[in-house]
Design a protein around this ligand. Structure first.
Ligand SMILES: *Cc1c(COP(=O)(O)O)cnc(C)c1O
Length: 415
């Protein structure tokens, strides 16, 4: 009989969003008269339509594929040069950062790559994640066997959890003990926190000193509004030696359904064999792509390229500003209720301490039943998410204004 990958059986807790969906469904069945009022501020998915420049590029590309003279079949596994050149020109060279187009790997989104990267890293790495954390980093490490079983603390044995709390502004310091891989995400999902240049420098220095690798997720890069904050880890000296960076077009260009992102793997990032030979990860990553993939669909690559055009850039800026303005409204509404609140300034997420000492799932239930607003309980992102909840700013303005209104009445009704 075929054997299963038993590491999957450790994924006991299940995924957070199915549990949220279950509770919404149960509420809707019990309360059919108000079910239609529910506003979703839960899952981090964009709501506004794609930028016109991207749509135009898809149409043009489709027409090209429809004519013999301009037809294209398989493209390079790591993406066409036209998009990789646009990426390095606008996202790196334009900011004085030294990244070559050959170090950019186009993908169907960065969620996948955050897990795929484990394929080129050996078993037995000691892995650190923040707590709370984007669950993908944890679950993909469970799946490849980098952890022990789930434990009573709500985490997994064998993983190093870096507490993110109000005391450290939800930005962890490097661990004192040995760690081989660490996932960092700034601007952060779920807390909306942002790391300073000095803090990121400390991480890079730590990684170089310990020969560790930082897996740096900048899916929310476009939401950085405050000056002086690092938009890429490669702004820090030495990062080319120790960091792989994950980018996505999902949250800036609204590509959550279209699917495109990219990963930067500098040629200078190395890991070691068991006998101490240093190996450039770039070679392995390129090999991995060329073996496993024929790349991203051509029209989607053209759509991503269009985001860098003058019109595309403007349209993306408008989208991001729309969500950031939503975030400001949500943040202000919480502040007006004197709920301690973080994020929402350099990120589309507002992170709130539950009032009245409620647990995060109790707060979820209360928001659902009293305000008909879906939030995400912080507990779903880790043990240290307990006592907090996340409100997503990915919504129409109308919905956000309605949520702001309901929050006021919500707080007026106490039981
Ligand atoms: C949304 C998100 C991504 C991007 O995922 P895609 O697969 O590119 O859509 C990556 N990391 C985090 C933390 C996210 O929230």
């Amino acid at each position: 009989m075929a054997l299963v990958n038993e590491h999957y059986l450790k994924l006991a807790g299940g995924y957070l969003f199915p549990e949220i969906a279950r509770r919404i469904e149960a509420y809707a069945v019990a309360n059919p008269q108000t079910a239609g009022r529910i506003i979703h501020c839960g899952i981090g998915d964009v709501t506004e339509p794609l930028p016109a420049a991207a749509i135009a590029a898809i149409h043009t590309a489709a027409d090209e594929l429809g004519r013999r003279e301009t037809f294209r079949g398989y493209g390079p596994g790591n993406g066409y040069e036209f998009i990789r050149n646009s990426i390095v020109e606008h996202d790196f060279h334009g900011h004085g950062l030294d990244i070559d187009a050959s170090e950019v790997f186009l993908s169907d989104g960065s969620k996948g790559d955050c897990g795929h990267v484990l394929e080129i890293l050996g078993p037995g790495n000691l892995v650190a994640v923040t707590d709370p954390v984007y669950p993908v980093y944890v679950d993909t490490n469970v799946m490849v066997g980098n952890t022990g079983p789930a434990n009573d603390a709500g985490g997994y044995d064998g993983l190093v959890y870096l507490p993110c709390t109000p005391d450290n502004g939800f930005v962890p310091e490097p661990p004192a003990d040995r760690v081989d891989l660490v996932y960092l995400c700034f601007p952060n999902n779920p807390t909306g926190s942002m790391i300073t240049r000095e803090q990121l420098r400390a991480w890079v220095q730590w990684a170089i000193h310990h020969d560790a690798i930082i897996l740096y997720d900048v899916a929310y890069q476009a939401y950085i509004t405050e000056d002086g904050l690092p938009r890429s880890i490669y702004e820090i000296d030495g990062a080319r030696r120790c960091a792989i960076e994950f980018h996505s077009f999902s949250k800036n260009g609204g590509f959550t359904g279209l699917r495109c992102g990219y990963t930067v793997c500098p040629k200078t990032v190395e890991a070691t064999t068991r006998d101490g030979t240093r190996v450039a990860l770039h070679d392995l990553w390129l090999r991995r792509w060329n073996t496993r993939s024929n790349g991203v669909s051509y029209p989607v690559q053209r759509a991503a390229e269009a985001l860098y055009s003058p019109e595309g850039t403007q349209q993306v800026a408008r989208l991001v500003e729309h969500y950031l303005a939503n975030a400001r409204l949500l943040r202000q509404a919480c502040e007006a209720l004197r709920w301690p609140v973080w994020g929402g300034v350099n990120a589309p997420y507002v992170w709130v301490a539950c009032p009245d000492g409620l647990s995060s799932w109790d707060m979820f239930d209360r928001m659902l039943s009293r305000a008909n607003v879906v939030v995400v309980p912080g507990r779903g992102f880790g043990r240290r998410g307990e006592g907090f909840f996340r409100i997503s700013a990915f919504n129409s303005r109308e919905n956000v204004q309605e949520v702001v209104h309901r929050l006021k009445t919500f707080a007026a009704v106490r039981t």
